[in-house]
Design a protein around this ligand. Sequence first.
Ligand code: 4FV
Length: 260
Amino acid sequence: MNCRQGWQMMKIDILTLFPEMFAGPFSSSILKRAQDSGLIEINLVNIRDFSTNKHHTVDDTPYGGGAGMLMAPEAIFGSVEDVNGKNPGMPGRVVLMCPQGTPFSQSLARDLAMSESLVIVCGHYEGVDERVRETLLTDEISIGDYVLTGGELPAMVVVDAVTRLLPGVLGERESAEEDSFSAGLLEYPHYTRPREFRGLAVPEVLLSGHHEEIRKWRRRQSLLRTLERRPELLSQAELTREDEEILKNLIDELLRLDLG
Ligand code: 4FV
């Protein structure tokens, strides 16, 4: 599997029946800047261009009956083999976006960001012929337990999350360091000017200039927010002894509050 070196450009091929859907999200802000500065190259491929039947159809009825249509293997195989043929240092990751896939996460985004090239297949209709899975794919990824009309929006989510992790994409004023999930916890509350807004004041500690106190307050807030909203994340997070201590106190406090 190819692995990216430092500032090397990442090649992203997106195989879709609706390339026009990507115009908006990829032509503004950070994703546009990353393309303009040659950190990523996004190549939109219309799967229908690889349909060789006279009506250029790409879908068909499912064997064994059942509602809906399925994407046939021929045009998908043709489009994947075409882009693979054009990518040096093959094979990169070939990803199908589908509800049956691995739940997408920050750690999976970090993993994908290590590869030199990504081929993302956007399903449509009821899904794709199983032989695509058996032969072409390195990964199947789901962005959530719900059913969408196509894999295009999930592909945009993956491209966004991966691109912002590439060296040189985020400038000084943007950072991925302190992201939610970067340390496996939810992010602490953030405040900016004004000091007081509609009677709501910024916590004093953040105005104190006392960096150690600010660090401790932010860590405690991250742990509290994660404990309240996503306790399951705590079992995977890298917690320090200090974190364990803070968590113990938080749980005692919450229990005391409950027991009133
Ligand atoms: C999906 C998801 C998703 C299923 C049928 C496309 C649709 C149609 N992809 N995470 N959730 N895909 O709902 O990634 O082919």
